[in-house]
Design a protein around this ligand. Sequence first.
Ligand SMILES: Cc1cc2nc3c(=O)[nH]c(=O)nc-3n(C[C@H](O)[C@H](O)[C@H](O)COP(=O)(O)OP(=O)(O)OC[C@H]3O[C@@H](n4cnc5c(N)ncnc54)[C@H](O)[C@@H]3O)c2cc1C
Length: 388
Amino acid sequence: MKMKSVGIVGTGPAALMAGTILLENDFKVVFFDQKKTPARKFLVAGNGGFNLTNDEEISMFLNRYNSDIIKKAVVSFDNNDFRNFLSKIGIETFIGSSGKIFPLKGIKPIEVLKAWQEYLIHLGATFKMEHFLNDFNEDELFFESKGTIIAYKFDYYVFALGGNSWSITGSDGNWLNMFVEKGIECVKFESSNSGFELLNHDSLKEFAGKSIKNCKVFSDNDEKFGELVMTEYGIEGPPVYAINPYFRNGHSIYIDFKPRMNIESIEQKLLNARNSSEGLRDLKLPKVVIAWLKLSLNKVDFQNKRILSETIKKFELNVTNLRPIEEVISTIGGINMNSINDSFQLKKLTKAFCIGEMLDWDAPTGGYLIQGCVSSGHAAANSIISHS
Ligand SMILES: Cc1cc2nc3c(=O)[nH]c(=O)nc-3n(C[C@H](O)[C@H](O)[C@H](O)COP(=O)(O)OP(=O)(O)OC[C@H]3O[C@@H](n4cnc5c(N)ncnc54)[C@H](O)[C@@H]3O)c2cc1C
């Protein structure tokens, strides 16, 4: 006989993991989602290389998160636990060269989702799609479905409503006011894991799509290594995403185009060449970087080998903006972390739990987002189990 019942709103990775743990412990679980099919954003993430988690050593891994509550959840259910779970449902994974963990080559994102959903259905889960949560109170969840309002009662509720980007996937952030009206402290959504829009970038548009490998993006506080991609409006790439928080906090952002060389050796190479342009080619800087340096320095400074070397090592980015929230990989904002306890339970509504990207925490791409989501789902489910 089934034990207590849990209504889970959302069908992203956070929701699916919470449901998994509850069903494995004989709870009755009903998933709701406003979309016709589940986990649309999870599938979008799959389109660009399905980076499910990361192989990084745990202490470094935890440094990726800005929230102690999420860190604690990741310690309880870490990257290996998630890989073992995926293996249990028939999805083997491999570690890519950068430490990112992907499903084995040939396994499509939809197959990962299908295997997970089949496992949940096998354990007794029900999925109610096209159910839009439009209100809730301590006792009931109210959904609008096909023009009708339907109320559901459960012993516990888990909200896993996602962030506020890629609204086409259902993660539209429209739920925020519903929580604010109930006195639950929320934070305005902002772009995270976003490209930078740059001032005076028009003359570099012809380089859109070109990459700049092995560079360092840094602020006064932190540095990130990796590959940048030029776009029509500025730059994208993992080091840019990882440095986003420093831009949001008002720090200047720089690029070091030659992180493995010091200023002196760069200057010497430039001095050995007939002119600066030849010297930059000798340094094996890509055409886009050479064009960028030419645009940024006046003619006299461009020929001054010391100034040019310093600029290669510390090229200040004139960042005007992050990309519009709709386009970004993830958002910060949502439910304030102070509104939940470290079991992801809402302090104001003790039957209700909030998990995943709808909470105001941040992490870079590279598998840390999905891992943070599934770990939060795991923690909330275990808390419900221990309450029952
Ligand atoms: C282009 C792109 C690439 C990405 N790549 C990666 C990657 O490689 N690795 C990584 O770790 N992360 C990646 N991410 C981020 C990752 O997909 C998200 O962080 C993750 O899906 C969030 O999971 P979640 O369960 O919190 O919510 P979501 O997956 O956002 O799910 C929320 C669900 O709630 C439903 N919902 C919302 N409001 C309501 C309502 N009122 N009523 C009913 N249902 C509602 C939505 O329909 C949705 O299905 C990527 C994201 C994008 C956009």
